[in-house]
Design a protein around this ligand. Structure first.
Ligand code: MN
Length: 429
């Protein structure tokens, strides 16, 4: 792996091997536009394209879209397709490399470096995509199993459909926010006494506010109504990935979810990390997922075995006093279904997925309780107190708590390809 002429800390998620894309504004340009993260800096692509010419970044043929780095979301860039993303990422990697083929353009141009490289703390980040639709899956096998045991016992933990299809539900794109946005505790219908007959719900702030540690996948290529995406073509429809916190109100969810699935228990807020890690950047970290013993339908059969990602995932909980505890560590490979399988299944009946749509993986938990991606599992349904640094304990979230997800892959030479943070602080209802 080439080295950069920029000083990049080895522990940075944003090594030269990464080059994730996001939407920024800067002290000099408060109109939202495109940037990439590199080490502790942000490279302003709008300003760079303006100074060196967009044709120095875009491949021949894509020159007709020079404004692609000036737009308020990444949708226009996503639309150009994976071969263009690959070209632009490689071009930026070259410009930032020690042995760049064009040293005069940026490396040896101090005046330009001053204009286009910003320390990350001086840049504001926004929602990276205009998200049309959001679908949340349930591909985290260990999560599905653990929660199933809690509600139905080990014999019926998984529904009979679980190993035959990637289970999912249609979520709300309207409540997706970028990392750092406060999360208001939702009010909803809750059954305070589940044993009382007749059942009598109360409308109140959720008492069981939870997190779900997920990976999000952005779609880059649309399929037409009535035209399913085949499993072999599905990878071409992926733009890139983010960390996703599918905040969940378990008490609201428990009462409402039969028979049509989650509703108010999930639709109040979903937080995503601001940097979209391109599909190509994660490609070297593909690995085997959880083996599925069930013979698959043809439309779900993949040619290769490495279909999920070896991503180290961590969750921190910071109390209002400022004490931080890492409450779980797990890995992105703990999925039974891959995103290409989710895409093939989503479109099987002809449903169009459109550029900018977001798919959630489902909660990612490891095989042991300490590797759980939700408080529901970590607290065994609220029965066990999770001990935090500073002496406090939690079953579910309190007002003023901050939850931060981190995720990164480590390459063969130690280079990190990561997401940065996906964080949110809980505000009172
Ligand atoms: Mn979820």
């Amino acid at each position: 792996m080439a080295r950069s002429w920029l000083d990049i800390d080895p522990s940075s998620d944003f090594s030269l091997a990464n080059i994730p894309f996001g939407i920024i504004d800067t002290p000099e340009d408060v109109t939202r536009h495109v940037g990439v993260a590199i080490g502790s800096y942000v490279l302003d692509l709008k300003e760079l394209a303006h100074r060196i010419g967009a044709n120095n970044l875009l491949p021949f043929g894509a020159h007709s879209t020079p404004g692609v780095f000036e737009t308020r979301t990444l949708n226009a860039f996503a639309k150009l397709g994976r071969s263009v993303h690959r070209h632009v990422r490689e071009r930026i990697q070259d410009l930032l490399s020690e042995n760049t083929s064009c040293p005069h353009l940026l490396r040896d141009n101090a005046e330009l470096r001053e204009k286009v490289l910003w320390p990350q703390h001086r840049v504001r980040m926004f929602l990276p995509m205009d998200i049309g639709d959001y679908t949340d899956f349930y591909a985290g096998y260990h999560h599905a199993y653990a929660v199933g045991v809690m509600f139905r016992g080990p014999a019926n933990a998984l529904q009979p459909n679980y190993t035959h299809l990637p289970v999912g539900y249609h979520g709300r794109a309207s409540s997706i926010v970028v990392s750092g946005t406060p999360v208001r505790r939702p009010v909803g219908q809750i059954l305070l006494d589940p044993k009382a007959e007749p059942k009598q719900p109360t409308v109140a702030p959720s008492r069981k506010l939870d997190i779900e540690l997920e990976l999000g996948c952005f779609i880059t290529k649309s399929n037409d109504l009535g035209h399913p995406v085949s499993i072999d073509e599905a990878e071409k429809h992926v733009f890139g990935y983010v960390l996703l916190n599918d905040w969940s109100a378990r008490d609201i969810q428990t009462w409402e979810y039969v028979p049509l699935g989650p509703f108010n228990g999930k639709n109040f807020t979903t937080t995503i990390s601001p940097w979209v890690v391109l599909a190509d950047a994660l490609e070297p970290f593909k690995t085997k997922g959880i083996e599925n013993p069930t013979p698959l339908q043809d439309y779900l059969k993949e040619k290769r075995e490495e279909t999920v990602f070896d991503i180290q995932l961590e969750v921190d909980l910071t109390t209002p006093d400022g004490n931080t505890t890492t409450i779980t560590k797990t890995n992105g490979k703990n999925l039974m279904w891959s995103f290409p399988q989710m895409i093939a299944h989503h479109t099987l009946g002809g449903c169009p997925l459109r550029k900018g749509d977001l798919l959630g993986s489902g909660t990612i938990s490891g095989p042991v309780p300490e590797e759980s991606g939700s408080l529901l599992e970590l607290s065994e349904g609220g029965k066990r107190v999770i001990q935090l640094n500073g002496g406090e304990g939690r079953t579910f979230l309190k007002d003023g708590d901050t939850v931060t997800f981190r995720g990164f892959c480590v390459g063969k030479e130690g280079e990190r390809v990561g997401f940065g943070e996906c964080t949110g602080r809980v505000e009172g209802a």
